[in-house]
Design a binder for this molecule. Structure first.
Ligand code: PEP
Length: 275
């Protein structure tokens, strides 16, 4: 089944509103004519409204980097799904390893046992996924193992647990319409991407787990991205893998030329596959 790849930029805590708007104006003409690829940019919350106005009706969708599950209330610092819909978001990243507090950089105070910075857990990820779907937002759910988990041979078990817990209670139809990003934590922001064949293998494991829980048709429709030091240099090899349906791109998405090259790679590969 042909799945349209999604290239989504996760800007993390980068760019002012003025810089974000300028980027959007620069990006649009570069990607407007590209076929067989979807594009999204996820700026910081402060830039969502202004970027939403620039991107409205265009090829580039707007995404948020996180949200809370309630619609409103006494939740200082949080942003609700209603607020994201209002400013034009289509996507919302949920359970990024930086939100779960799972950092990849070596630091003895941060490992799979101790690292909890913003406090997301599989349970809160599940609440956010359900809230996003209830408000017609497409969740991009991040899963992935830390280096010590990979070294211990636990990669497949870690992603299986995150998938099962994160998607609990979601219908097969809803799962088919969402996006999962396989992001090995040790590859995020380190310049050390996962080997393309290994990323393809783990994404195959994720698709198998989804197939067992939600049915084969759902698993075949679901888009599963790779994320972790994807760049204009390795994008072609990663995106050529049959299981990889696009990328969640951090650092390389901050530069409009680099990001465009990754989007172009996805478009060319998708065309090659379908021709
Ligand atoms: C990310 O933030 O999801 C990410 C993959 O970052 P980077 O591309 O910088 O590794």
């Amino acid at each position: 089944m042909a799945r349209t790849p999604l290239i989504a930029g996760n800007w993390k805590m980068n760019k002012t509103v003025a810089e974000a708007v300028s980027f959007a104006h620069d990006l649009l003409p570069r990607v407007e004519g590209l076929n067989k690829v979807e594009v999204a940019v996820c700026p910081p919350a402060t830039a969502l409204h202004a970027m939403g106005e620039v991107l409205a009706g265009s090829k580039v969708a707007l995404g948020a980097q996180d949200m809370f599950w309630a619609e409103q209330g006494a939740f200082t610092g949080m942003i609700s799904p209603l607020m994201l819909k209002e400013v034009g978001c289509k996507y919302v990243i949920i359970g990024h390893s930086e939100r779960r507090g799972r950092f990849g950089k070596p630091d003895e105070t941060l490992n799979s046992e101790t690292a909890r910075v913003f406090g997301d857990t599989d349970a809160s990820v599940n609440l956010k996924v359900k809230a996003a779907l209830a408000h017609d937002l497409v969740p991009i759910v991040c899963v992935g193992e830390m280096l010590d988990e990979r070294d211990a041979g636990n990669t497949d078990a870690v992603v299986e647990k995150q998938i099962k817990a994160g998607l609990e209670g979601v219908s097969p139809e809803q799962v088919a319409g969402m996006v999962i990003a396989y992001e090995p934590v040790w590859a995020i922001g380190t310049g050390r991407a996962c080997d393309a064949e290994e990323a393809n293998r783990v994404i195959g494991v994720i698709r198998r787990v989804v197939g067992e829980a939600f049915g084969q048709e759902t698993a075949q429709r679901l888009r599963i991205q790779y994320g972790g030091s994807m760049s204009e240099k390795n994008a072609h090899e990663l995106l050529s893998q049959p299981e990889i349906d696009g990328g969640l791109v951090g650092g390389a998405s901050l530069d409009v030329s680099r990001f465009t090259l990754i989007v172009q790679a996805a478009s060319v590969i998708a065309k090659e596959v379908s021709s």
